[in-house]
Design a binder for this molecule. Structure first.
Ligand code: SF4
Length: 503
């Protein structure tokens, strides 16, 4: 380790915990622009800082993630516990921004700038809690059910906190938060938006209502509840894809199959798959706009019925049955994209579809549609811009941090979890909140969300980009802290130090 760069003096706990100004017994917190004056034994407006024995201190412990190996070298779970005072060092310990504290407006260096050595290379991790006024989240809700028209307002407790954005394959998408709702509306809108973001980022349950649509209850990693109905299945595909997947299995047991879907309804014998299998045209014409053979758009209105349409009677989408093509006794299956709804019909002598008991072979294929559906979940991706003043806590020359991230010399993580950094200007990143430790997020009443962020890079590169070298400290200097919480490395996450670029 290049010791000349690293302060070997263990800093006093006070120096690590806060810089608040004292006025008699009262401490003024300067960790955000609210500048709370905090009386002894009390906490500030965000509950993140308090006056403890006359000094300003962060109320939550600094979270350190750690991985350990068993005798075979395999990584094993590390139980969360308080620090027992043992020396911690090396590449198997990572200091996260959770509980690290904020240094707004970043005229001072980040709370922790920690040295480590990885495979013989000197590294440094700059650790802070960012205060994000420019932030929001993308909420992916695995359901076909209609949640509301695109662009509709999404509300929590009556306040608009976001809008419906473009649907994805098998999922409805909401865009929540953002600087306009946090700062551009009424004070109440900003507060409720901040509370909604905070709850969802911390994996809590929130009820949202959508103008002209549904009420949906959501939590990261949990199934959605739409209008009181628990969603279980994410559809196997659109109607056309479902036809493609199961055409071969249907061929010998049905004369026609119609997969009802709000977006693309599939009609087997017209579809390319049915033609490839040389199926006899059945003459059932569905409503809506024909895209290509056997693929129909807009067969009904969106809703919470079959395949995300508003229908409960599948025959309502049948426009006509061609007497020149159809025949008495013709067997017709109508099914939704999750297999949750399915009806079997046989045409009578007047070519009218008559409900009939579903044959076992058809029932088995319908059940296979369900089996191929994935569990419906809500996914919450927090998105924020770390390209502003936060960078000054890392370097005296902020644009160099942006360039270093862009050049992949600096690894960005959030609570130790991997992030996706958007191309283009700034450091705009997204992180799946389920990959982060519980309770990673906080808030300040400006209003803004507080999120952990870490920048890891080679020590040499840190010096080259104008880093605060005088504040780099060895890992075991954290022993001076009152509160440290160990978290096991989260399964599935790349180890932040191992993943750090070392070239
Ligand atoms: S809101 Fe929190 S961070 Fe901001 S000044 Fe008050 S105690 Fe400090």
């Amino acid at each position: 380790m290049t010791r000349t760069h690293v302060s070997t003096d263990t800093p006093a706990p006070e120096a690590l915990e806060g810089l608040g100004k004292k006025d008699g017994d009262v401490v003024t917190c300067d960790a955000c622009p609210v500048l709370c004056r905090i009386r002894p034994g009390k906490t500030g407006a965000c509950d993140r800082y308090g006056n403890f024995d006359g000094r300003l201190a962060r109320t939550d412990p600094v979270t350190v993630t750690r991985r350990i190996a068993d005798q075979s070298g395999a990584l094993v779970p590390f139980l969360a516990r308080s620090w027992d005072g043992a020396v911690i060092s090396g590449s198997d310990t990572f200091v996260t921004g959770i509980g690290a504290g904020t240094t707004y407006p970043d005229y001072k260096p980040a709370p922790f700038i920690v040295a480590s050595q990885v495979d013989g290379v000197d590294m440094v991790t700059v650790v802070t809690e960012g205060i994000f006024s420019y932030c929001g989240l993308k909420l992916k809700i695995d359901t076909d059910r209609f949640l509301g028209p695109e662009q509709s307002a999404v509300r929590c407790r009556g306040e608009q906190v976001g809008h419906v954005t473009t649907a994805e394959y098998g999922s409805q998408m909401l865009a929540l938060g953002g600087v306009r709702h946090l700062t551009g509306g009424s004070k109440k809108e900003g507060v409720v938006t901040c509370e909604t973001l905070l709850a969802l980022c911390n994996k809590q349950t929130v009820e949202l209502t959508i103008d002209g649509g549904s009420t949906v209850t959501v939590a990261a990693g949990k199934p959605p509840v739409v209008n009181g109905v628990h969603e279980e299945r994410m559809r196997v595909g659109c109607g056309s894809a479902t036809i493609g997947m199961f055409a071969q299995q249907w061929r010998d047991h049905a004369d026609e199959v119609i997969v009802v879907d709000d977006h693309i309804t599939g009609v087997l014998t017209e579809h390319q798959a049915g033609r490839f299998l040389a199926m006899r045209p059945a003459g059932v014409r569905v409503r809506g706009r024909k895209s290509t053979p056997g693929r129909y758009f807009q067969v009904a209105n969106p809703g919470t019925g079959w395949g995300g349409t508003d229908i409960s009677d599948p025959l309502s989408i049948v426009e006509k049955i061609d007497p020149k093509t159809a025949w008495p006794g013709m067997r017709l299956l109508m099914v939704s994209t999750t297999g949750e709804q399915a009806s079997w019909f046989v045409l009578d002598n007047n070519l009218k579809p008559v409900p009939a008991p579903m044959p076992a072979a058809i029932q088995a294929i319908v059940e296979r549609i369900g089996e191929n559906c994935e569990p419906a979940l809500c996914s919450v991706l927090f998105m924020a811009g770390a390209g502003g003043s936060l960078r000054a806590g890392v370097t005296e020359n902020p644009v160099r941090l942006t360039r270093s991230v862009r050049a992949a010399l600096t690894r960005v993580t959030s609570g130790g979890a991997p992030v996706y950094v958007w191309p283009g200007g700034g450091i705009t990143y997204m992180v799946d909140v389920t990959t982060m430790p519980d309770g990673s997020f906080g808030y300040v009443p400006t209003p803004a969300i507080v999120a952990p962020i870490e920048f890891t890079l080679k020590l040499d590169d840190y010096e080259a980009l104008g880093g605060h070298m005088g504040h780099v400290r060895p890992l075991d200097s954290l022993k001076g802290l009152d509160k440290v919480k160990f978290e096991p490395e989260r399964p599935g996450n790349p180890w932040p130090l191992q993943a750090a670029p070392v070239k």
